[in-house]
Design a protein around this ligand. Structure first.
Ligand code: ZN
Ligand code: ZN
Length: 413
């Protein structure tokens, strides 16, 4: 075995759980940590720029695991401005009933009559929005009016604070690639993704790519096309790996390919999205947001912010993970309650590990041209990570569903 690989066996034993067990190794490990001149993660939430030894960088480094809660979110919903099953207040009620705490009502931009309304926001003014648009025809729905599509039942107001929820302003933008635009009122797609992303940036929003597989299939988009946009637009936070139940099974491998090219220099985060048009597409994805001191609210002047700024920060920094149920509506059966990371080891702690059947550590293998499991079990050591790997991400699988952790990037030489 090569000497550098052998060396990594030593700090590999220095996980928080390993310190007590391997006193002899921990001194060496501590020395190497000091040599690296960098603890895993840093206060800014950005990956360390200079590390002398190959190390794990996890987006979860700053999470105070004893203080956070796990809050289910959905950002890609279609609440009735096209001819969808549920109107806005019904969409809120259904997600609330299913235990989601963070929600965006994200209509297609082409379903929004811009002369009469902006986003479907805030929830406390849904009845006003209905009055403004009920007699307006929607050209993308055979000129049916919005009132007709709602069965002439007016939208009802909802108060996110009373519901214990965080409401996020959002829209699905045809940019032309569909994107879920959050924390801005932007409702017009532009002719090019450059224009769309520039506008979202100017408005102070953030955005992720919806269902990339559709465009890989229809437009032959390549990983490099996405990489170029990620590198030029900080407002892009990531992309969907699950759409509805699983419309584009290639989206996981595609995400891995892009994360491999970008590496820690430009971290991206994975999302699941219901893309909810009717009950059959509701409750298939839960993007779990890890935040402390959850307070309901929304970033609208009529409402207290509550935890909305923390939700945004979590989305930007990747302090989230996806719960993907095996059956519609399955709630989280287990939670990640700690991630112990040193430069040489990442160890996962799950609250109900009796319900976990397998933990897979996945990366992109450039030679294979696809994703590959490089290790199984609750921890991974650096010497188990192939030299060509730019990240690893864990899939924690049980009967009720699978947790998809965000990529843990490899930094250093
Ligand atoms: Zn779409
Ligand atoms: Zn959609």
């Amino acid at each position: 075995m090569r000497r550098d690989l052998l060396m990594w066996k030593i700090p590999g034993g220095l996980g928080t759980a390993g310190v007590g067990r391997r006193v002899g190794a921990s001194l060496v490990g501590a020395a190497m940590l000091a040599m690296a001149g960098c603890s895993p993660g840093n206060s800014s939430g950005a990956p360390p720029s200079e590390v002398e030894t190959r190390s794990f960088w996890t987006p979860y480094a700053e999470v105070n695991w004893s203080a956070i809660g796990h809050y289910d979110s959905e950002f890609h919903t279609h609440p009735g401005l096209g001819d969808e099953q549920y109107d806005p207040h019904e969409t809120i009620d259904r997600y609330h009933e299913e235990g989601y705490r963070i929600l965006a009502l994200a209509a297609h931009d082409y379903d929004i009559p811009d002369d009469y309304m902006d986003s479907i926001y805030p929830w406390t003014r849904l009845s006003e929005i209905y009055e403004a648009i009920k007699d307006v025809p929607n050209p993308t729905e055979d000129n049916k009016t919005y009132g007709e599509m709602a069965g002439w039942r007016p939208y009802e107001d909802r108060d996110p604070v009373a519901l214990g929820m965080v409401s996020v302003e959002g829209n699905e933008i045809s940019g032309p690639h569909h994107m879920v635009s959050l924390f801005s009122s932007y409702t017009d797609g532009a002719d090019t993704e450059d224009e769309t992303l520039s506008t979202i940036r100017d408005l102070g929003g953030i955005v992720y790519f919806a269902h990339p597989g559709r465009y890989v299939e229809r437009w032959n988009l390549t990983a490099d096309w996405y990489v170029d946009l990620y590198r030029r637009f900080d407002v892009l936070i990531g992309q969907a790996i699950y759409n509805r139940r699983d419309n584009h099974p290639g989206d996981r491998e595609f995400f891995d390919e892009i994360a491999h090219i970008l590496g820690a220099d430009r971290p991206i985060w994975l999302f699941g999205e219901d893309d909810m048009h009717h009950e059959g597409t509701l409750g298939w994805n839960r993007d779990v947001i890890l935040i402390e001191d959850f307070r309901p609210g929304s970033m609208h002047p009529d409402l207290p912010d509550g935890s909305a700024p923390d939700v945004r920060r979590a989305l930007e920094r990747g302090t989230t993970y996806l719960w993907k149920p095996t059956e519609q509506y399955n709630r989280r059966a287990f939670n990640v309650v700690d991630i112990q990371a040193t430069q040489g080891e990442v160890r996962l702690v799950v609250d109900r590990d009796d319900l976990v059947e397998e933990v897979r550590w996945v990366t992109h293998d450039p030679e294979l041209g696809g994703s590959r499991v490089v290790q199984t079990g609750p921890y991974i050591l650096m010497d188990q990570v192939p030299e060509w790997a730019r990240f690893v991400r864990a899939e924690i699988a049980g009967e009720a569903g699978t947790i998809y952790l965000q990529p843990i990037y490899i930094v250093g030489p």
